[in-house]
Design a protein around this ligand. Structure first.
Ligand code: PMP
Length: 424
């Protein structure tokens, strides 16, 4: 803490409640202002509401069916009978959990079967399956970089990567979104002064729904002897002619990317994470990286079996991803025709509709909810206030009729939206 910012309490009586009572934390005040606003507007309660049955293109909440634009279950594999049966069978065979970490009797053949199959898809030498999507990303970055290293990351990378960066103690710079000249300049300036240099990008950016120029990133990282890590949370299963992620989309070999990370909670329809790459990388992660495998339990039999079955279905039925891509293109086309701003979204399953005002975004989301449509506002601190939007996850099972109704309703609602008071 900078000396000038240190608290200078002379006695314990001088310590303000804001430092020891949660109700006086500014974060809590922001939250209560929002609650007050929602109550004043008689908004329905839409957060933390349990759903019945599966959540894909439709979801049932408190007995009411919604058109669902807020599930990452892009390909509806989480609710596919084959995937569910694979998970059930794995529980019958191995039980509900594995009982320990992978290295000490927590290993089951489903873990390595998934790893072999993802390598086969991506063309990588090896892979490691791990228990959490968020944690795998954070701990992989967190372990691989050290004090003497440099991390250069796209300004829009996910929070899990940012937290991973914080763990490292490395020097870090963000570069403007997809700005490869800025990245190159940073490398020109700093490459020689750091040992490992890690460049972080996403296959599909989770807020904007756009795809970076991965071949360009590969060219840059090769030139500067840096390492490239691509987060495939929203690209694997979704983009490319066969739906198999950035390598499929750009027609490149997975061996060209040093670290391919993926989450299993999106197109795979289950939960967990994986990292794929060269054998030495995977050996390092498996044996030394806390939070990837070490000091934690292994993925449950149900998660591993579901991930493996989903991957097999993705490979056998590329038309699923193509149907999803067609739905996303249709959504964007209809939205733009209606004069809505879909920002940078292209070729992915994530489509923002920009509001650029938190009150308006919240109001619109609530009105959609009242009309049986789920789409949540992305507001500060997730995005800057002037980039507030409603985010739509497109699903393979959405119908054109559902998309048309949604876009028409948004157009009608925006005509009668109350003026924002800029409260939050
Ligand atoms: N990376 C990105 C880009 C994400 O959007 C997310 C979650 N939304 C994660 C990583 C973390 O994955 P999980 O939700 O499976 O923990």
């Amino acid at each position: 803490v900078a000396e000038s910012k240190r608290l200078t309490a002379r006695s314990l009586d001088d310590i303000p409640p804001a430092y020891f009572q949660f109700k006086d934390f500014p974060e809590y005040k922001e939250y209560t202002t929002m609650q007050w606003y929602c109550q004043k507007q008689s908004f329905p309660q839409s957060l933390f509401q349990p759903h019945a049955g599966a959540s894909d293109a439709n979801v049932t909440i408190h007995g009411r069916e919604f058109v669902n634009f807020s599930t990452y279950n892009y390909l509806a594999l989480g609710s596919d009978e084959r995937v569910k049966n694979a998970a059930i069978e794995a529980v019958r065979t191995f039980g509900a959990g594995t009982g320990s970490g992978r290295s000490i009797t927590g290993e089951i053949d489903l873990h390595s079967a998934f790893e072999r199959e993802i390598c086969d898809v991506l063309g990588t030498e090896d892979a490691v399956l791990s228990v959490g999507g968020y944690s795998t990303n954070a701990f992989t970055i967190g372990y691989l970089c050290r004090n003497q290293d440099l991390i250069l990351y796209d300004e829009l990378i996910h929070n899990s990567a940012l937290i991973g960066c914080k763990m490292t103690g490395s020097r870090r710079f963000s570069f403007p979104h997809n700005d490869y000249d800025a990245l190159t300049q940073l490398l020109d300036q700093h490459r020689g002064n750091f040992e490992r240099v890690l460049i972080l990008a996403e296959g599909v950016y989770s807020m904007d729904g756009d795809i970076p120029d991965v071949p360009k990133l590969v060219e840059i990282k090769d030139k500067y002897k840096a390492l490239l890590m691509v987060d495939e949370a929203h690209s694997m299963g979704v983009i490319g002619p066969r739906g198999l992620g950035v390598c499929d989309y750009f027609g490149i070999d997975g061996k060209q990317i040093d670290i391919l990370y993926g989450s299993l909670s999106k197109a795979f329809g289950t939960c967990g994470g994986y990292v794929a790459g060269p054998s030495p990388l995977i050996a390092i992660l498996k044996h030394y990286a806390p939070g990837v495998l070490l000091y934690g339990a292994s993925p449950t039999p149900a998660n591993a079996a579901a991930a493996l079955e989903s991957l097999r279905i993705m490979r056998e039925q590329p038309d699923r991803a193509r149907r999803l891509q067609d739905n996303a293109a249709y959504f964007i086309q209809q939205a733009q025709t209606a004069g809505l701003d879909t920002y940078r979204s292209k070729d992915s399953g994530v489509v923002p509709i920009m509001m650029r005002d938190s009150e308006l975004a919240l109001w619109l989301s609530m009105k959609l909810w009242e009309n049986g449509i789920c789409s949540y506002p992305m507001m500060h601190p997730i995005v800057p206030r002037d980039k507030t939007r409603l985010r739509f996850f497109i699903n393979v099972n959405h119908t054109h009729e559902q998309i048309n109704q949604t876009i028409d309703l948004i157009g009608d609602l925006l005509k009668v939206a109350p003026k924002s008071k800029g409260l939050f």
